[in-house]
Write a protein that binds this ligand. Structure first.
Ligand code: SF4
Ligand code: SF4
Length: 374
C-alpha cells in the first residue's frame, strides 16, 4: 500500500493556517463517506484537566479548525473522548478549552465513558468501544505529539485508546501488565476500528518530550501532521521525534498489517531531509519488543535488572486520583495522609504517572536502565 503523510510547519496556533491545512489535507481523501455521512466524531486527546499551554491535550484551536471545516460542509459535529482514570469529564472540557468551543459553535461534547459500548472480539481480546464511535459516519482522530512512559510514544494509534469507556481502560491495563501484551491490545483496538477512521491529524505544534504523556516537558516542534493511515503518520511523526521503528512496540506490526513499507511512505519533499529533533527520549525509550524473542528465564532476569518504577513525591496534593485509578489497587493511603505505592503489587502500567494532575509521580529507573538508556 502507498501511504501518504501530510506535514506542515507552523509557527504557532493560528486558526486561519490550521483551517487551510485541514482543508488541504482532507481534499486528497477519496473516502466517499466524507461527503455522504451526516455526523462527524472528532476524537482529540483529552487525557486530563490540563490547560492547553501544558501540551498534554490536543490544542482546542486545532479542533476548532476541524469543527469549522465540517460545519461549513453542513455536518453535525460531535467532539468526544473518555479521559483517563477517575478524572471528572466536566472539568476536562472546561480546563482544556473545549467548553468554550461548545459555547461558540453548534457542536455536541460527548462523554465516551457514558454513552454505552459495543463489545467486539478480536483474537484473544474482547474490546469495549464507545457507542458514540459507531454512531458517527466520519471519524476524525486528532492526537497529540508526545512521549509516553509505557509505550514510548503516543500519537494516532495510542489516541484510539480513549474510545474505550472510563475505567474499563484501567481494567485492560490490569489484564495486560506487560508492554508487549498491552501493545497487542492496542493493535486489536486499531484493527477493529481502522476501517471506520476517516482521517488522522497529529497536533505537533506544541508537543511533549521527557516523561510524557503528562509530566514531561512541553516542547515546540512546530509540526502539524495528517494522514488517512494511522501507522504511516505515527511512523513518520515518531521518526521525526527521534524514535526508531522498534522503539515503539506496536509500530512494526501496524505497518505490516497495512502492507506499508516505511521507505515508501510519501511525505512532502521539503521534509525529506528534515532534521530529527534532539528530543529527550531517555526516560521512555525501551526496546521491549526485542525481549519477546528471548527465553522466559532471560526475560525475568532482565526485568529484575531493568525496571522503571513510579514513586509518589512530596509534591503530592492528596487529590486521590491515583488511588482511585490504579487498576490493581497498589496505591493506599498511609497514616500520614499521603498515598504510597506498594511496589510488590504494582504492575508498572504507569497510569498513576500519566494521570496525576500535579506531576507528583515520578519514574525511578534501575541503575541498568539509567546507564543503558535503551
Ligand atoms: S500522587 Fe498525584 S494523583 Fe496521587 S494523590 Fe497525589 S496529587 Fe493526587
Ligand atoms: S501503582 Fe501506578 S504503575 Fe503501579 S499498577 Fe498502580 S497505577 Fe499502575
Amino acid at each position: 500500500m502507498n501511504a501518504k503523510v501530510q506535514i506542515r510547519k507552523m509557527e504557532g496556533y493560528d486558526l486561519q493556517q490550521l483551517q487551510d491545512a485541514v482543508a488541504s489535507y482532507l481534499k486528497s481523501v477519496r473516502n466517499p463517506k466524507l461527503n455522504r455521512a451526516k455526523r462527524v466524531l472528532i476524537k482529540p486527546n483529552l487525557l486530563g484537566a490540563y490547560p492547553p499551554h501544558k501540551a498534554v491535550t490536543t490544542h482546542p484551536m486545532v479542533v476548532e479548525a476541524i469543527i469549522r471545516h465540517f460545519l461549513d460542509k453542513g455536518k453535525e459535529v460531535w467532539v468526544g473522548d473518555s479521559p483517563g482514570g477517575t478524572v471528572a469529564v466536566e472539568s476536562v472540557w472546561e480546563t482544556c478549552g473545549y467548553k468554550d468551543l461548545a459555547r461558540r459553535y453548534p457542536i455536541k461534547l460527548v462523554n465516551l465513558s457514558t454513552m454505552g459500548f459495543r463489545e467486539i472480539q478480536k483474537g484473544e481480546n474482547t474490546l469495549r468501544i464507545s457507542e458514540a464511535f459507531w454512531r458517527c459516519g466520519i471519524i476524525i482522530n486528532v492526537a497529540k505529539y508526545k512521549t509516553h512512559s509505557l509505550m514510548a510514544y503516543t500519537g494516532a494509534l495510542k489516541n484510539l485508546y480513549g474510545l474505550v469507556p472510563g475505567l474499563i481502560k484501567s481494567d485492560y491495563h490490569r489484564q495486560h501488565p506487560d508492554t508487549n501484551s498491552f501493545a497487542r491490545l492496542l493493535l486489536d483496538l486499531w484493527e477493529i476500528t481502522r476501517k471506520r477512521i476517516t482521517y488522522n491529524f497529529i497536533d505537533g505544534i506544541m508537543g511533549m518530550d521527557g516523561a510524557g504523556p503528562s509530566a514531561g516537558n512541553p516542547r515546540y516542534f512546530g509540526l502539524f501532521f495528517g494522514s488517512e493511515s494511522v501507522p504511516a503518520v505515527d511512523y513518520i511523526a515518531s521518526k521525526m521525534m527521534g524514535f526508531r521503528l522498534h522503539d515503539i512496540p506496536y509500530m512494526h506490526d501496524a505497518l505490516h498489517t497495512e502492507g506499508i513499507l516505511p521507505s515508501r511512505i510519501q511525505i512532502p519533499t521539503s521534509f525529506k531531509d528534515y532534521p530529527v529533533f534532539d528530543a529527550d527520549l531517555g526516560v521512555v525509550k525501551l526496546r521491549k519488543d526485542l525481549l519477546k524473542y528471548l527465553p522466559e528465564f532471560v526475560r525475568k532476569g532482565f526485568h529484575q535488572l531493568y525496571y522503571k518504577q513510579p514513586v509518589i513525591s512530596e509534591d503530592c496534593k492528596r487529590c486521590g486520583i491515583c488511588v482511585r485509578s490504579c487498576p490493581v489497587k497498589a496505591i493506599a493511603w498511609q497514616e500520614d495522609g499521603f498515598p504510597k505505592i506498594d511496589e510488590k503489587e504494582c504492575i508498572r502500567c504507569m497510569c498513576c504517572h500519566e494521570l496525576c494532575p500535579h506531576h507528583a509521580v515520578y519514574i525511578k529507573r534501575s541503575w541498568v536502565a539509567r546507564i543503558s538508556r535503551l
